[in-house]
Design a protein around this ligand. Sequence first.
Ligand code: ADP
Ligand code: MG
Length: 448
Amino acid sequence: MQTCTESEVWSRFLEYAEERCSATAYANWLSPIRVLESTEEEIALEVPNIFVQEYLLDNYAQDLALFLPIRESGEPAIRFVIAEAEPRPMVRNERGTAPLPSEVEPVRRGPTLNPHYRFDTFFEGSTNQFVKSAAMGVARRPGRSYNPLFIYGEVGLGKTHLLHSIGHYVQENYRKLGVQCITTEAFINEVVVSLRGKSIHELKEYYRSREVLLIDDIQFLQNRPNFEEEVCNTFEALINQNKQIVITSDKPPGQLKLSERMVARMEWGLVACVNLPDLETRVAILQHKAEARGLKIPSRVAFYIGERINNVRQLEGAVNRICAHCRILNVEVNEELVERTLGDMLQCAPRDRVTVEQVLKAVATIFQVRVSDIKGTGRTKEIALARQVAMYLARQHVAESLQMLGAFFGGRTHSTIIHACRTIEQKVSANEMLRRQVEMARRNIEAS
Ligand code: ADP
Ligand code: MG
């Protein structure tokens, strides 16, 4: 039998792991583990809490098998013992060096909001108007409109921007309200640190005393059942006190691998989707971001780029590249320069022009109606829905003005198109079946 300091296998594993993880991860997750007993058959490890055990197994199960005794099943033969809850005077790490601040103190409190992410810098068009209004509604009446507000959508479409905009608005207009904005990863880290510092109670108190809790990227809570429970309890406590929660995610609640209880909680309020901005909005974003950097992009060129890049984060990358080139070469922006500087970005953008006909065909196939029905005036439920979906997808994929789109749909007005976009946006948030149909139609358009 060996004692802690004599466990060579564990020391060798620590040396190996230390080279492969960050100093903070090492300090938070690995150094608190103590060896209680080490034999040829098994190693007994004392962990401060279940999360450290999970972390070790989730991240190092295979590596551990290289160093530690293994069971017949091939898994590392570890017996875990959760440490007694009595407070320790100071957290020491295995190497006897001074503890990192994160080892003893919970992460700094208060929202860290990006100063540029505000409502007035968020460009709205028909595809993201609904989600922006929902965010503004929540900011104006925290805890009294939709609770929670759940914002989902693809990466780079402005979820974090909207979340921080809510934070700014509340801070500026309701100074007494406590706001906390945090990413899910940082939250998990806080829980771990406070469990180690035995300050979990204070952490819970702190979160439960916030009037507005903004949680970014909840998808990182998947496959972490213990943390999930903590988060769910916090949500329930806050909602019961009419305190506002806003959550962002890359998927709608029902598609996240989270418990039914958690999904139900998240669906309780309003679920809203951030969509790809329409062409005019993309152009406005592009020109605005370029102007902020002292560069004027003529409308013709801005449309040329906007038709070929539709993700906002990529648009920002495009502006950066163009600005750098113009500054170095001291030239004007034109299509040729854009082709040259953005070549690869334009290639990975969706192919050139999608036509309304392509959209109509794709939607007609998925919704099992005729193209002529969609263009016509029939008002049965199925046809009306397919028509609205076609308008919604045309708005996102076809580089035409609202007036022109209205004309393609049998001479309808631009407000009919806008109304259709809003209706479908709301429906897909609440109706999983419809969301899938819309996505299938979108894939067909992209493949056609
Ligand atoms: P997400 O959180 O959805 O991945 P972000 O909020 O980080 O996306 O947005 C990516 C970048 O694009 C940010 O710099 C953000 O300011 C910008 N952005 C996204 N949507 C818009 C918009 N509608 N208007 C202005 N900027 C936007
Ligand atoms: Mg984000």
